[in-house]
Design a protein around this ligand. Structure first.
Ligand SMILES: Nc1nc2c(c(=O)[nH]1)N[C@H]1C(S)=C(S)[C@@H](COP(=O)(O)OP(=O)(O)OC[C@H]3O[C@@H](n4cnc5c(=O)[nH]c(N)nc54)[C@H](O)[C@@H]3O)O[C@H]1N2
Ligand SMILES: Nc1nc2c(c(=O)[nH]1)N[C@H]1C(S)=C(S)[C@@H](COP(=O)(O)OP(=O)(O)OC[C@H]3O[C@@H](n4cnc5c(=O)[nH]c(N)nc54)[C@H](O)[C@@H]3O)O[C@H]1N2
Ligand code: SF4
Ligand SMILES: [Mo]
Length: 727
């Protein structure tokens, strides 16, 4: 048997670790971290090891399924596409383009074929009904970054290897391995910071794994972040601690900002956020005094009613304390390809637009081309012009990942047609009439389109496929192109490679004009995502080629993060907008809410090392060990409510209930319960034997799909009032 060692970037989370695989014949014998990698330097987590389980999982779909008489049966690819062609175009013809909706899930962001080609399909469908995990996740951060810096992905990240003070709010990177921040081995980097005298401060309603590593942990009342951060901004102004430093000439709105935070002194916000005024002032002074410091906020600061305000204030504080765009502060990575903030004339741009259209039923504004996931069910259920009658899902499981999943499941069941590009028959895809499975990640090349734009260090890395795809199996980009051909009336039998040539030619002609032929000739011999990548690398800020990346399996080191203001900006003013009018207006909502008393009991989410949202509970190496879908309850709450450790309890919220196992823990802030999301694998008609053996409960069943941050449309997933009683 031939044995070989190959390298492959892990597609499972944003850390993007490069892994070393020992391969024997057509089997993976072992997986470990690749020590020479320029970004991840040997780091790996249990999910990376589980890539082998994923590759081998007998439940992972390898052939398309079509639902016949309520049961999913295997069919050929021709039959599957013929079924789509028989059913989708008539719905478009009878009811218009908006009658077909698209849902993109999290893995779309991790696979170049899905990301580049699902957006092609979305454009071709030309529907207003586009939904994604972004409005369950980071849309507030993208919106605040867009308003401040001019582009949706111009998001500053902590320069962790040079900072002396890192404040982490609503994130648990020791477990999640970082998000909107590509930072493999966060723990090692945090410890190195502490070893050189730096401090880690964590603000979280749970004493998380990251908080346990911290020099200081502050409990915060869920949903209180905007108030806490406003208190810091107020203190910075009131105590004359503001110093913009080098970016001063590039900043607009300082006076407006100072006026707008007038009513938010630390003493006034303290009870709303659950953090004492002295602690707020103390942190403001510490940040202002630190030579190098960065504030980082993540999903806890986004998935709440003031997500956009909180996301904005994080970067406002970085700017006011002289730490934005400075080494050791919050900096903008410079990606080798696909980054809008390296394209076009530097320093100024069109900025972003929101609300170009509104959702039909709820009137929610479009943000970054999408409508809030919380609007999807009502758009399917409500009759009238523009009602959704057909759905295309790509790598998404909203029945478990979106608030009020049960309502979504019922809505999916009444669609005229649903097609899912997905690798499992799960809680969402069981409603699909056709399921089209992609390849195993190990059978595809890999390049991270988004994450080099968010990485702790500038790098360029690509991985070739580890195994050749099985004969007759299309790649996901080919599946998506065939769907595109069906949706645009060109038929299921189209030559997808000719179509790909045509689309690539159109793209290049748009950006390269008369140089298009030369640009295409340079990448002749490439097709699909690899061609688009080669074109993007060549047009990128380092002028690289795909061949150069292929020749460097450990990656190309493009250097530490470097200051980019003003070149990175794409705002119409050419300035960093510290006080966007939409955000100042939204402060009125916060002001009116200042006196809101804390509910008796609220629920928040929790990520776990051996889990990945809703879809990796079927992999044996991850699923083994103690049952993890537990509700963490503070001892005082447990006593008050008569809950016993290990006992069962019923959680009621938003008019629905789930039953959970209680784990009494003083990690929790009193009055806050923590339950992981992505569980609830007890639906009939799914095919995930390992997950079904220990299904857990769906946290999102007790959350409210109508609760949103009105600016970004992002779902409120934390701080939701619940009641709990022993069973
Ligand atoms: N209450 C609560 N809810 C949450 C969160 C929370 O913190 N609390 N977090 C939210 C966040 S941040 C996110 S990102 C979402 C995630 O929610 P989703 O976007 O729904 O993503 P996953 O749950 O990861 O489900 C991934 C889907 O993609 C499929 N899949 C896996 N690999 C592939 C592949 O290679 N190709 C294809 N085509 N399909 C694949 C899986 O089978 C599954 O159906 O959940 C959100 N929901
Ligand atoms: N192992 C593992 N890794 C993952 C994932 C996974 O499911 N498993 N999911 C991936 C995905 S899709 C994402 S988006 C990232 C997310 O990455 P992180 O943002 O690091 O996500 P969490 O670990 O959920 O951390 C969120 C923290 O916010 C806290 N919190 C809840 N409500 C509030 C609040 O109102 N204010 C504050 N300040 N804190 C609050 C929670 O207690 C929790 O500790 O992780 C990714 N990585
Ligand atoms: S940290 Fe993320 S990228 Fe790294 S091995 Fe684990 S899942 Fe894969
Ligand atoms: Mo996410």
């Amino acid at each position: 048997m031939t044995e070989r060692v190959v390298h492959r970037i892990c597609p499972l989370c944003e850390a993007s670790c490069n892994l070393e695989l020992r391969v024997e014949g057509d089997r993976v014998a072992a997986i470990r971290g690749y020590e020479d990698d320029v970004l991840s330097a040997g780091f790996i987590c249990p999910k990376g090891v589980a890539l082998r389980d994923l590759h081998e999982d007998p439940d992972r779909l390898r052939a398309p399924l079509v639902k016949r008489d309520g049961v999913h049966v295997e069919v050929t690819w021709e039959e599957a596409f013929a079924e789509v062609e028989r059913r989708l175009p008539p719905i478009q013809a009878a009811h218009g383009r908006d009658a077909v909706a698209m849902v993109f899930g999290n893995p779309t962001a991790h696979k170049i074929g899905l990301l580049l080609y699902a957006s092609r399909l979305g454009r071709a469908l030309a529907t207003r009904n586009v939904y994604s995990a972004s409005t369950l996740d980071q849309m507030p951060k993208q919106l605040s970054s867009g308003l401040m810096f001019g582009h949706w992905l111009s998001v500053p990240v902590p320069d962790v290897v040079r900072t002396d003070l890192l404040v982490v709010i609503g994130a648990n990177p020791v477990v999640s391995n970082g998000s909107m921040w590509t930072v493999p081995d966060f723990r090692g980097k945090a410890k190195a910071m502490q070893a050189r005298g730096g401090r880690l401060v964590v603000v979280d309603p749970r004493r998380t794994e990251t908080a346990q590593l911290a020099d200081r942990h502050l409990f915060i009342r869920p949903g209180g972040d905007a108030f806490f951060l406003l208190g810091i901004v107020h203190a910075l102004f009131a105590e004359r601690l503001v110093r913009l430093g080098r970016i001063a000439p590039h900043v607009a709105g300082l006076a407006e900002l100072e006026a707008a935070v007038a009513g938010f002194a630390p003493e006034l916000v303290a009870s709303r956020c659950g953090i004492a005024a002295d602690d707020i002032r103390g942190l403001a002074r510490e940040l202002a005094a630190a030579e190098r410091a960065a504030v980082y906020g993540r999903i806890g600061t986004c998935t709440q009613a003031y997500g956009t305000l909180a996301s904005w204030l994080v970067d406002v504080i970085n700017a006011l304390t002289g730490h934005l765009d400075e080494p050791g502060g919050a900096m903008f990575p410079k990606a080798p390809a696909f980054a809008a903030n390296t394209a076009g004339p530097p320093g100024r741009g069109k900025g972003i637009a929101v609300g170009r259209r509104r959702s039909r039923v709820g009137g929610a504004p479009e943000v970054f081309g999408e409508l809030p996931m919380g609007c999807l069910a009502e758009e399917i259920e409500t009759p009238g012009e523009g009602q959704i009658r057909a759905l295309v899902t790509v790598a998404g499981n909203p029945v478990l990942s979106a608030p009020n999943g049960p309502r979504l499941a019922a809505a999916f069941a009444r669609l005229d047609f649903m097609v899912s590009v997905d690798v499992y028959l799960n809680e969402t895809t069981r409603h699909a009439d056709v399921i089209l499975p992609g390849l195993s990640p190990l059978e595809e090349m890999h390049y991270d389109v988004a994450f080099p734009q968010l990485a702790w260090h500038n790098v360029a890395r690509v991985s070739p496929a580890v195994f050749a795809p099985p004969a007759g199996r299309p790649a996901e980009w080919e599946i998506l192109l065939r769907l595109l051909a069906i949706a645009t009336g060109r038929g299921a039998r189209i030559d997808v490679h000719a179509l790909d040539d045509e689309l690539a030619r159109d793209d290049v002609a748009r950006v390269a004009g008369p140089m298009a032929d030369a640009a295409l000739a340079a990448v002749a011999g490439r097709r699909g995502p690899a061609r688009l990548l080669d074109l993007a690398l060549r047009a990128g800020p380092y002028g690289l080629t795909l061949a150069q990346l292929e020749a460097a399996p450990a990656g190309l080191d493009l250097g530490p993060l470097a200051p980019r203001v003003p070149e990175v900006l794409r705002t119409p003013s050419g300035k960093i907008e510290l006080a966007p009018p939409q955000l100042l207006e939204d402060l009125a909502r916060a002001r009116a809410d200042l006196a809101q008393p804390a509910p008796d009991l609220v629920i928040v989410g929790r990520r776990q090392l051996r889990s990945n949202n809703s879809w990796m509970h079927n992999l044996p190496t991850l699923a083994k060990g103690p049952f993890r879908c537990t509700a963490l309850v503070h001892p005082a709450d447990a006593t008050r409510l008569g809950l016993a450790d290990g006992g069962r309890a019923r959680i009621a919220g938003s008019g629905r209930t789930i039953d959970v196992v209680v784990e009494v823990s003083d990690e929790m802030m009193p009055g806050v319960v923590s339950v992981p999301h992505g569980w609830g694998h007890d639906q009939p008609g799914t095919r995930m034997a390992v997950a079904a053996a220990r299904p857990g409960a769906n946290l999102n069943a007790v959350l409210d799909e109508a609760a949103r941050d009105p600016l970004s449309g992002n779902a409120v997933l934390g701080g939701v009032p619940i009641t709990m009683q022993a069973l």
